[in-house]
Design a protein around this ligand. Structure first.
Ligand SMILES: NC(=O)c1ccc[n+]([C@@H]2O[C@H](COP(=O)([O-])OP(=O)(O)OC[C@H]3O[C@@H](n4cnc5c(N)ncnc54)[C@H](O)[C@@H]3O)[C@@H](O)[C@H]2O)c1
Length: 348
């Protein structure tokens, strides 16, 4: 089932407006979610709108909340999301990090009292669109184990970086710090499919291919074992501990827990102004050299090409812009459920 981008955008905007979210933040949130779908990251796009709407209606997300400045210095800000939608709050935070970076070379924005912000890559790309290097990260309720543990210890704490490269196609790495994002496990559970070994452990801390184990005392595995654990811990410290946000089990699940409760997520955004730190054209030339070197490396037997981070997102986006978004069934089920909740006609 293919849905035109404009139809999806209107649907998402209408859903948020119906919950009392003012026009501007609703448009920003709709753009974040629809853009994420155009990148083919279906686990973190409009599929999740139904859960956000449930929280907006129940009070755990405050429809009219606006982010406020807590403290600032020459190169940094600390902000409070005031339990509003995380997408407009995160865009505002990254915009402030970019402004600081343009003034002094580097900018950091920390956010507390936010919610689930979706795909980290959207915010990192905001910086790259303005010629800066962007980094975005957030914490989440524990769903990932660590070596030696039984059950979840840390969130799948996402990390993204975007670096200006070809026009409109920055180098973009946007990832969970678990082996795969939890959304892929839920999607498999919805579709009744088994998952590959290595993605999940069960309630005894042992490998399993049953996606239902995630909600039965199981946990995602950290990417690259103890190294992914270390990166997820760094994110927890920057996005959670440093910002004053909820940490690990203090974070309330945006999708599974009582929707009347604020979730308390934290996030952190970093921007580096290339022009201030070096000569922009020299940077671009040196980066082109690195990327060309990667792309021209001899292929492994059976391999058809070498990808640079972001290639997949930009290819999928070009296809979505040309012919609409082809959604998997689990997203369509969620969008139909949302239309039902809101009493509006389904779009797919
Ligand atoms: N808000 C949250 O709490 C939260 C938590 C976890 C994940 N997420 C989001 O989930 C999304 C999906 O995460 P994921 O880890 O499942 O993504 P993934 O593993 O599908 O992809 C991660 C990144 O790797 C790149 N990539 C894939 N194959 C590549 C290759 N062969 N060579 C070079 N680059 C390659 C992709 O383009 C992408 O940028 C992300 O948008 C992330 O921000 C959000």
């Amino acid at each position: 089932m293919t849905i035109p981008i404009s139809v999806l955008q209107q649907f998402a905007l209408g859903a948020l407006r119906q919950c009392g979210v003012p026009a501007e933040p609703a448009a920003v949130a709709a753009d974040v979610l629809v853009t994420t779908d155009t990148w083919g990251v279906f686990t973190h796009g409009t599929k999740n709108l139904r859960g956000y709407v449930r929280r907006l209606r129940a009070g755990g997300l405050r429809p009219e909340a606006q982010p406020t400045l807590v403290k600032e210095g020459p190169a940094w800000v600390q902000m409070d999301g005031n339990s509003g939608l995380a997408m407009p709050t995160s865009v505002e935070a990254m915009r402030r990090a970019i402004a600081k970076a343009k003034a002094v070379g580097i900018g950091f924005a920390g956010v507390r009292n936010s919610c689930h912000f979706g795909a980290a890559g959207y915010y990192a790309k905001l910086a790259a669109d303005e010629g800066l290097i962007g980094v975005a990260m957030a914490n989440d309720i524990p769903s990932v184990t660590v070596p030696g543990a039984r059950g979840a210890v840390l969130g799948s704490n996402p990390l993204a970086f975007a670096v200006p490269h070809e026009a409109g196609r920055p180098i973009l790495m946007d990832m969970a710090t678990s082996t795969v994002a939890g959304g892929k496990i839920y999607a498999a559970a919805t579709l009744g499919k088994l998952i590959p070994e290595g993605w999940l452990t069960d309630e005894a801390g042992l490998p399993t291919t049953d996606p239902n184990k995630l909600v039965q005392g199981g946990a995602l595995t950290p990417m690259a074992g103890h190294k992914g654990y270390g990166i997820a811990l760094l994110i927890e410290m920057l996005a959670g501990v440093l910002t004053g946000a909820a940490t690990t089990w203090q974070v309330v699940s945006w999708s599974m827990h009582d929707p009347r409760l604020p979730t308390g997520h934290g996030a952190a955004f970093l921007a580096l102004d290339i022009e201030t730190l070096t000569d922009h054209s020299e940077f671009a030339e040196r980066l082109r050299h690195v990327v060309q070197g990667i792309r021209s490396t001899p292929l492994a037997v059976g391999s058809e090409r070498i990808l640079v981070p972001g290639d997949l997102e930009w290819e999928r986006r070009a296809a979505a812009l040309a012919g609409g978004i082809e959604f998997p069934e689990d997203v369509l089920i969620s969008l139909r459920g949302l239309a039902d909740d809101l009493g509006v006609p389904p779009i797919g």
